[in-house]
Design a protein around this ligand. Structure first.
Ligand code: PLP
Length: 416
């Protein structure tokens, strides 16, 4: 699975030698162990620009009140910010209506919500997932009584779509796949995955946790039925996420959690439920977080997601080129990563060095990478690896960060 590659960045790609917007991210100028921080763990979470943090502080200081509940000025102001945020999300992912945008705590809660509501609507059945899913797209389905069928992966890191087509049965309730793998970084062919599922009359859930921060996503064009992503992976605050669902499908699902705001009328004998999207949003939402997510999305849109994508794609290409020159280096699925025009993470191991040791020693050099199974244990089994080291990029990263990483790895190699 480790093809030798030496691929220069595509000629048309402008390179941002200094990264994009670095000055907006104060944390990037700190040191760790006396060394400048090189933050390459963006697939886990991104750093936050000043604009996002300041928006949160500003709302707490100046416009904090519970939303949808008060007739007073502050409550209406906070409600406006919260609902404007819903529309910002709608525009960002190009959904038809704000009724299709449900705020959750993150991708994980979005998929749990769906699995739970689908199970309550009708018990049992099968869900098709892929061999490269994050645990949050595996366990919620299992917990809710669905049997998993798995799209196999080739040695090159591609999903086997011929095998996929044979997995459908009358029991298939949904297909649920990641648009971009959080380990391999490859972009899956979701257009074909969706059209095959629809030809079987089955709805598709797309886990957009690793795609939304790096490439344009368009609900109308994609025609998926549900889509989930997390704020904290796209420069927004933690604790907020989004579930998009087609209105006619959401309308058929029972509520998720019970509590305030999701009801229309309550009595001890009978309760009726609110309209979309509030039916799925019980309790006080993280309205400071939703507003800050909107500020983060505006920040991304202000730069342009295409510009960010091209820059990060350049970093991914450059990382593969630089890292593959290191003796004993094994990069996972580099050809598919390059061919899929990904701006995703690069996963690797060095022969003879445990991934945890490599990560720990890189940390002492000020380089933050992720090590371990990346919440994708079934994929690790498929790769025959206990874990990997993962470098993942954001708009503020530079080729110089990757040079530092490569030099760090070489230094660790000399120690072993
Ligand atoms: N799906 C993928 C592909 C991920 O990479 C992650 C997080 O790393 C998740 C789901 C879960 O996201 P969260 O922890 O923000 O809910």
């Amino acid at each position: 699975m480790n093809a030798k590659v030496n691929t220069p960045a595509p000629a048309s790609v402008p390179t941002f030698a200094d990264g994009i917007g670095r000055a907006d991210f104060p944390i990037l100028s700190r040191t760790v162990y006396g060394r400048p921080l090189v933050y390459l763990d963006n697939a886990a979470t991104t750093q936050k620009p000043r604009q996002v943090v300041e928006a949160m502080v500003d709302e707490y200081y100046n416009a904090n009140a519970n939303v949808h509940r008060g007739v007073h000025y502050l409550s209406r102001q906070a409600t406006d910010l919260h609902e404007q945020a819903r529309d910002t999300v709608r525009q960002f992912i190009h959904a038809r209506s704000t009724t299709e945008i449900i705020f959750t705590r993150g991708t994980t809660e979005a998929i749990n919500l769906l699995a739970s509501c689908m199970a309550r609507r009708k018990q049992g059945g099968e869900v098709i997932v892929s061999a490269m899913e994050h645990h949050s797209n595996i366990v919620p389905w299992q917990l809710n009584g669905f049997k998993l069928k798995v799209i196999p992966m080739t040695d090159e890191g591609e999903l086997d779509l011929d095998a996929y087509d044979t997995l459908f049965t009358p029991e298939t309730r949904a297909v649920s796949v990641a648009q971009v793998s959080n380990v391999l970084g490859v972009v899956n062919p979701i257009d074909r995955i969706i059209s095959i599922a629809h030809s079987h009359g089955v709805p598709v859930v797309i886990d957009g946790a690793q795609s939304t921060p790096h490439m344009a996503v368009d609900m109308i064009e994609m025609d998926c039925d549900y889509f989930a992503f997390s704020s904290h992976k796209i420069y927004g605050p933690t604790g907020v996420g989004v579930l998009y669902g087609k209105e006619q499908l959401l309308d058929q699902l029972p509520p998720y959690q019970g509590g305030g705001e999701m009801i229309r009328n309550v009595s001890f004998d009978h309760t009726t439920f609110n309209d979309l999207p509030y039916r799925f949003e019980a309790g006080t939402p993280d309205y400071i977080g939703t507003h800050a997510l909107a500020v983060a999305l505006d920040y991304v849109s202000g730069i342009g997601i295409e510009t960010i994508h091209r820059h990060e794609q350049d970093l991914t290409h450059y990382a593969i080129e630089r890292l593959s020159q290191i003796q004993g280096m094994h990069i996972y699925a580099p050809d598919t990563l390059l061919a899929s025009a990904s701006a995703g993470p690069v996963s690797f191991n060095i022969r003879g060095i445990h991934h945890l040791d490599l990560g720990t020693l890189l940390d002492r050099l000020g380089i933050a990478v992720r090590t371990g199974h990346h919440c994708a244990e079934p994929l690790m089994h498929r790769l025959g690896a206990e874990g990997t080291v993962r470098a993942s990029f954001a708009l503020y990263n530079t080729r110089a960060d990757i040079d530092t990483l490569a030099a760090g790895i070489e230094r660790v190699c000399h120690m072993f």
